[in-house]
Ligand binder design. Structure first.
Ligand code: ADE
Length: 258
């Protein structure tokens, strides 16, 4: 999986990308992240990437030219008017590489969007800054807009890292455990069951007996029930959408009656 990140703050990325699972995935060639400085695609003396908004008002707006030029040159896309000279290149939007703008106005990121995006081999992430970006970037370059939640950050850099992390976990061999992503919270529409490790008793708190039984069917059943219970308690909104089996529903009913 090839990620192309476009940002005014490239220095934000290395420390996270050089850590833990993401570092290993990069070293093993499972993912590659290229971080491009939008400022490198300016041509004026002051390397301006933003300007005042038409119509007045406060704040600055990210200019279209450097962002278009950066994405088009990295992807080998042709700008309108250059199509004749480069007949084999796609224009922005005609290539099937998702060009994603990180913005609080986007669709809200979740596990199923991460899985959907993991099916692509190449993804572009554009990090917005300042008050906003020129609308023509949204209309004519970007193919998708993603938000990481209903709050406003100072820029799209942390959201881009979040997408890279969540998407990479779905790629074959990125996680040590091949079933790793299957049991995650949210993977099956439920929160994950509780985990325990040694010691079996800590400060008088014992682990649930069933986990020591060695009876796998019993353990699976207990884990399913625990996942149902904690999802109902912490995220009842997820229970409604989880597509539960008859057995799951029966279990939740018996609990309600207690
Ligand atoms: N940029 C600023 N806030 C954001 C958010 N919540 N999600 C994605 N990008 C953002």
């Amino acid at each position: 999986m090839q990620f192309e990140v476009f940002t005014l703050l490239p220095e934000v990325f290395p420390s996270y990308l050089e850590t833990s699972i993401i570092k290993r995935a990069r070293e093993r060639g499972l993912i590659n992240v290229r971080v491009h400085n939008i400022r490198d695609y300016t041509h004026d003396k002051h390397h301006m990437t933003d300007d005042t908004p038409y119509g007045g008002g406060g704040g600055m707006v990210m200019k279209p030219e450097p962002i278009f030029e950066a994405v088009e040159s990295v992807l080998g896309l042709s700008a309108p008017g250059e199509v004749e000279e480069m007949p084999f290149d796609a224009a922005p939007g005609e290539s099937n590489i998702p060009i994603i703008l990180l913005t609080p106005q986007g669709r809200v990121f979740n596990q199923s969007i991460a899985q959907e995006l993991s099916q692509h081999s190449h993804i572009v992430l554009i990090c917005g800054r300042y008050e906003g970006i020129d609308e023509r970037i949204r209309e004519h370059l970007v193919t998708d807009e993603i938000s990481i939640g209903d709050y406003v950050l100072t820029g799209g850099e942390l959201p881009a890292l979040i997408l890279i992390d969540a998407i990479s976990r779905f790629l074959p061999d990125v996680l040590g455990d091949p079933t790793g992503a299957q049991d995650d919270s949210h993977a099956m529409g439920l929160l994950e069951y509780p985990h325990y490790t040694r010691p079996p008793e800590f400060r008088g708190w014992k682990i649930p007996e069933v986990l020591l039984s060695g009876a796998h069917a019993k353990i699976d059943k207990w884990r399913r029930e625990q996942a149902l219970l904690r999802t109902q308690k912490k995220r009842p909104d997820m229970i409604e959408k989880a597509g539960l089996s008859k057995e799951d529903l029966k279990f939740l009913k018996t609990i309600e009656q207690k």
